[in-house]
Design a protein around this ligand. Sequence first.
Ligand SMILES: Nc1ncnc2c1ncn2[C@@H]1O[C@H](COP(=O)(O)OP(=O)(O)OP(=O)(O)O)[C@@H](O)[C@H]1O
Ligand SMILES: [Mg+2]
Length: 266
Amino acid sequence: MCHSKYFEIIIFRLQVIEGSDNPLQEVVSVKGQKKDAEENIIEIKDLRKIYKVGNETVVALNNINITIKKGEICCFLGTSGSGKSTLLNMMAGLEKPTKGTIKIAGWDVEKLSEKKLALFRQNHIGFIFQSYNLMTFSNALENVAMPLIFKGMGRKKRNKAAKEMLKAVGLEDRINHRPSEMSGGQQQRVGIARAFVAKPEIVFADEPTGNLDSKTSKDVMDMIVEMATQYNQTLIIVTHDLSVSKYAHRVFHILDGDIDKIEVCS
Ligand SMILES: Nc1ncnc2c1ncn2[C@@H]1O[C@H](COP(=O)(O)OP(=O)(O)OP(=O)(O)O)[C@@H](O)[C@H]1O
Ligand SMILES: [Mg+2]
């Protein structure tokens, strides 16, 4: 049944960053009938990545075609060497594809220069790594505040935001601790706070629980998913761990550089 009150037209003007490739887009949605143009935050077409090592050729990604919607929690599940990290690195613009296109939040990632890629990452992306990748000589507060420095936020404001994030991950009593003065689970919580502090649209996590025991893994996954859900952020997790994949709306099974099957979870 159609009632006019349900047809609430919302026009989003995506922020235009001067001199960037980010197009000015007007996306119109009708309540309850969102259009695909609004929802697809990631579109990957015919993606292929070949590495050449000496005389050898490695097909890391064969032919990947996927779309991911805003706010989706997606997991790429596969065995070692199946191409998971390669795919994540392509999406984050850390490596260039051999062939194919990657469109994320309106940006043609594979075409961006290093300068624009940096801008793209600062404005849209957060990362969580298996080995935390924290700055060794900086404390928890400085690590979490770091993405806000790149966004040009002043010290007082960014320290306040970083403190709030550390509190949200239960580390308000560890803000002055350096990574070597924290447990693995605590370091990963600092990593989570850093990934989310700038409220990116997309968070990429490569084996976020790979170095943690099963209890800590569950705590970490609960936290990541809760944060992403709170702000309707898109979460892309790469893992070989079935228990991690249970958190996803969709599980993309990756096998020898191809998506073998897509599982939709209820
Ligand atoms: N820089 C590189 N040069 C050459 N080959 C590479 C490079 N990076 C990855 N590969 C190869 O590409 C394939 C996919 O690697 P990738 O790191 O994406 O796997 P993965 O699924 O993330 O594995 P893991 O679970 O062990 O992290 C592997 O066969 C790997 O050896
Ligand atoms: Mg990997």
